[in-house]
Write a protein that binds this ligand. Structure first.
Ligand code: MN
Length: 194
């Protein structure tokens, strides 16, 4: 899906979410994880690839335990400016609900093929993308693996076994605050960007 799907699903006179814009290139690509209490709570995991944020909804959020596989349902590409969005999406607008920036940072594509780094777009097309996150809460390797195709497309998000793996951490429950504002999702009032 393209960024225009994002625009088609939203009325920018009604939602505080950003219109698509442009970010200066040349830097390490960014990742963001937004905690979103839409009809069901989930964590939107987004990776900058070729000028957009490739996106997955992860119902249980990411784990730091390599034995835990987390379902990741692909959603539409989002504009890069969305990475800093935090606030309340009015009901009736696509998604709806409160959003905080739960984690943010940069990432490195570590997907290898024949001893070289495989471009991100090709890795995503082939359903296997490995990244090294450098966030405030999450660090180290994560693997995204596609498990179904077409309408049933599903991915799994799994922590890779490295020095940053830690089965005892559970940041989704112990570190609930926004890395941008320090607020919890409960701090955002319903119906206002409080
Ligand atoms: Mn969402």
């Amino acid at each position: 899906m393209s960024g225009s799907d994002y625009e088609k699903k939203r009325d920018f006179s009604r939602t505080p979410e950003p219109k698509p814009g442009r970010r200066k290139g040349g830097k390490r690509p960014i990742f963001v994880i937004q905690k979103h209490d839409a009809s069901t709570l989930h964590y939107d995991f987004r990776l900058e690839v070729d000028g957009v944020l490739k996106s997955w909804a992860v119902p249980k959020g990411p784990s730091t335990d390599p034995r835990v596989k987390r379902l990741a349902v692909p959603t539409e590409d989002h504009p890069l400016d969305y990475a800093d969005f935090e606030g309340v999406i009015p009901e009736g607008q696509y998604g709806g609900g409160r959003v905080i920036v739960w984690d943010k940072g940069t990432f490195e594509n570590i997907t290898e093929k024949d001893g070289a780094i495989k471009p991100a777009a090709a890795a995503l097309a082939d359903g296997h993308f490995m990244v090294r996150l450098d966030g405030e809460k999450l660090h180290g390797g994560y693997a995204l693996q596609r498990t179904g195709k077409g309408k049933d497309e599903r991915w799994l998000l799994v922590k890779m076994r490295d020095d940053e793996a830690d089965a005892r951490r559970n940041p989704v429950s112990t570190e609930p605050r926004s890395v941008l504002s320090g607020r919890t999702i409960e701090d955002l009032a319903d119906g206002g960007d409080g």
